[in-house]
Design a protein around this ligand. Structure first.
Ligand SMILES: C[S@@+](CC[C@H](N)C(=O)[O-])C[C@H]1O[C@@H](n2cnc3c(N)ncnc32)[C@H](O)[C@@H]1O
Length: 249
């Protein structure tokens, strides 16, 4: 049984609320204009390093069509294109985040924006050689459903790389998370975006998300092989690399 209870804090969208998904989407729509700036200030540029690690874990998959799941303002879609990927689909349920992303695309980039829910992907067949989901899945109410959908649209041998703020287990990570989430995120994020409530929600969503090992168990239950799962530095973000077995249907 999953312990995911994303949004179970005192700020913004609340777990169990039937309108929670709409509230989360509206929140990202509101944050879109300031998201890129807030992100790079809050992570002090470390997010670029994390994304680089994520791309490296995809290996040769980037020679085929790639799905950027919960693509937001498309940092990874752009990075995939610049790394030589021939085709990227940037998928996200916030039209405004994708709009900001589209305005950032280099000329001629074969990156298509598609609006939709990660729990219900629109492709019928295994369309993608690989996929990446960065800092989005903790907002998705049913991670098992999202992972099953991801599995379904990947080609056999395809990899899915997840970068995420899982619930910290180690003491140093818990302390780091606590200070960052309770103090830095709402204060600095609120100051840049003018929406401290939204950044309060994002802080709560990190505290309330699954531990990485539980996420990995669910991924394996839906059929993925686990290639790698580890914390990145500083000990806030983690990387999970999954693979759809070659012999899968
Ligand atoms: C924190 S942002 C991360 C964006 C981007 N991947 C990055 O690394 O900067 C999370 C993104 O997940 C999207 N998202 C949240 N829940 C979603 C869902 N159920 N389906 C699709 N996208 C979702 C949000 O709209 C938002 O753009």
């Amino acid at each position: 049984m999953s312990s995911q209870k994303t949004g179970a804090g005192t700020h913004g969208p609340v777990a169990g609320d039937p309108n929670r998904e709409d509230a989360v989407r509206d929140m990202f729509d509101r944050l879109a204009p300031t998201y890129v700036r807030a992100n790079s200030v809050l992570s002090m540029g470390v997010d670029k390093l994390w994304r680089k690690r994520g791309l490296a874990a995809l290996g040769e998959c980037i020679d085929g069509p790639m799905l950027d799941l919960c693509a937001g303002t498309m940092d990874l879609s752009i990075a995939l294109w610049e790394a030589g990927c021939p085709e990227v689909v940037a998928y996200d349920f916030s039209p405004k985040m994708l709009e900001v992303g589209q305005a950032r695309l280099p000329a001629g980039a074969n990156v298509t924006a598609r609006v939709g829910d990660a729990q219900d992907l629109p492709w019928k067949e295994p369309r993608f050689a690989g996929a990446i989901a960065a800092f989005g899945l903790r907002n998705v109410p049913d991670n098992r459903k999202a992972l099953s959908e991801l599995y379904r649209v990947l080609q056999p041998g395809g990899r899915a790389v997840i970068l995420e703020f899982f619930q910290p287990i180690r003491l140093d990570a818990r302390v780091f998370h606590g200070v960052f989430n309770k103090v830095v995120l709402p204060t600095v994020g609120g100051w840049i975006s003018g929406d401290s409530q939204a950044y309060g929600y994002l802080a709560d969503s990190m505290q309330a998300y699954l531990p990485r090992t539980e996420f990995q168990d669910i991924a394996q239950e839906v059929g993925f092989d686990l290639r790698m799962g580890r914390e990145l530095l500083p000990p806030v973000a983690s990387l999970v690399c999954l693979e759809k077995p070659q012999e899968s249907l």
